[in-house]
Ligand binder design. Structure first.
Ligand SMILES: Cc1ncc(COP(=O)(O)O)c(C=O)c1O
Length: 376
């Protein structure tokens, strides 16, 4: 089986530990263990003493009942039995694709988005068509193009909602149109939903609530701020499909670990507090980002709506030099971005604005300076 290198991961693997101002990631400012324990009224004392007595065996294979119950609260139509814990959303996407995609299948994937969603199906022998997103349409893909790409053997449509790297959220009406098209050939719709928008008015809906063949994947890594807790999940209304995932899951993982399950469940139990913390970070930092973009003539941006990843356009940079620019920026100013060519979109960069305020402000100031120094 052959697979392309994972552009964004390969970039981060090499460079992320050398940054002074890391504004490349996409998590909302990660929490410390202390911050997580402080979510509890007793500052986590009860949680820690219970955990000290816990045997570190495999624990709950599919995820603890408490974990599944908490995750099921995020959906209206998915019962707790249909939630399967995975090693992050990466593990969830892999599980779904590995379980369902066979050589010769036709898959349509939003493009660019999270590379797993098209390169794993390709590595499994599927024929993958790219459903392009367009900057001039606020980074939305076109429904008409999806309609034209659909075939009788289209097995799955893969989406990333909200999109990494642009931060664009596909709203309910748009998703309904995708579902209506998928239904015409009985295709699955897999949606990686790690970037849950933090804005109630955004009209966001998980695909598992919208469509009986909709599969939601998600994790605690982005909107919940704890990527170090390697806990994600797959959710679908369909019991038989869940059983299919169970079968393949046994071959690729056993459990997510006693510690991760317990800590992840604690975060989910305090979802309201965590989301309120993160909403405040997103709103405040988006204003800082907006002010910078508005006063920086060398860049432009379609702003993300309450989503933690953003994508900046360099107005005067030769797109061919995007990666070189980002390496020089890091070496000379300590600022880390992800060059857009890592998402097949040269001339842009992924910019994480949901980090701590000082890193964001100083990182943006240094980026502005470098934009003037660099010979494009
Ligand atoms: C769209 C998307 N899905 C999944 C992941 C990985 O998530 P996890 O840490 O839960 O494996 C990322 C990380 O950048 C992502 O952007």
């Amino acid at each position: 089986m052959k697979i392309n290198g994972f552009g964004v991961e390969e970039w981060l693997n090499v460079w992320e530990k050398s940054a002074v101002y890391d504004i490349a990631q996409s998590t909302i400012s990660s929490m410390t263990l202390q911050e997580i324990l402080d979510l509890e009224a007793d500052k986590g004392q009860g949680f820690m003493s219970a955990l000290m007595q816990e045997k570190f065996n495999y624990g709950w294979i599919e995820g603890s009942p408490e974990f599944k119950k908490e995750v099921a609260k995020l959906y209206t139509d998915v019962p707790a039995e249909n939630i399967l814990a995975t090693n992050g959303a990466t593990g969830a996407n892999h599980l779904v694709l590995y379980s369902l995609i066979e050589p010769g299948d036709h898959v349509i994937a939003e493009y660019p988005s999270y590379q797993q969603l098209y390169d794993i199906p390709r590595s499994l022998g599927a024929e993958v068509d790219f459903w392009q997103i367009y900057e001039r349409e606020n980074w939305y893909p076109r429904l008409e193009e999806l309609r034209q790409m659909m075939r009788p053997n289209t097995k799955m449509i893969c989406l990333n909602n909200a999109n990494n790297p642009t931060g664009t959220t596909l709203n309910r009406a748009f998703l309904q149109e995708v579902v209506d098209l998928a239904k015409t050939v009985g295709a699955y719709v897999l949606v990686d939903e790690v970037y849950l928008p933090l804005d109630d008015s955004e009209d966001y809906v998980p695909i598992a609530d919208l469509y009986e063949k909709g599969i939601s994947t998600n994790s605690l890594s982005k909107t919940y701020s704890v990527p170090g807790v390697r806990l994600g999940w797959v959710a679908t209304q369909d019991e038989k499909l869940t059983d299919e995932f169970r079968k393949y899951r046994d071959y690729t993982m056993i459990c997510c670990g006693v510690f991760d399950d317990a800590l992840g469940t604690l975060v989910l139990k305090h979802r309201d507090k965590v989301l309120a913390r993160n909403k405040a970070i997103v709103n405040k930092n988006l204003e800082i980002l907006r002010e910078w973009v508005e006063n920086e003539p060398l860049v432009s941006m379609i702003y993300p709506k309450s989503v933690s990843t953003s994508f900046v356009k360099f107005e005067e940079l030769d797109p061919e030099k995007t990666e070189e620019f980002c390496i020089e920026l890091l070496k000379s100013k300590g600022v880390l971005l992800v060059p857009g060519n890592r998402f097949d979109l040269p001339g842009y960069a992924r910019l994480e604005y949901c980090t701590n305020e000082a890193t964001l402000r100083e990182g943006l100031a240094a980026l502005s300076q470098f934009l003037r120094e660099y010979d494009k």
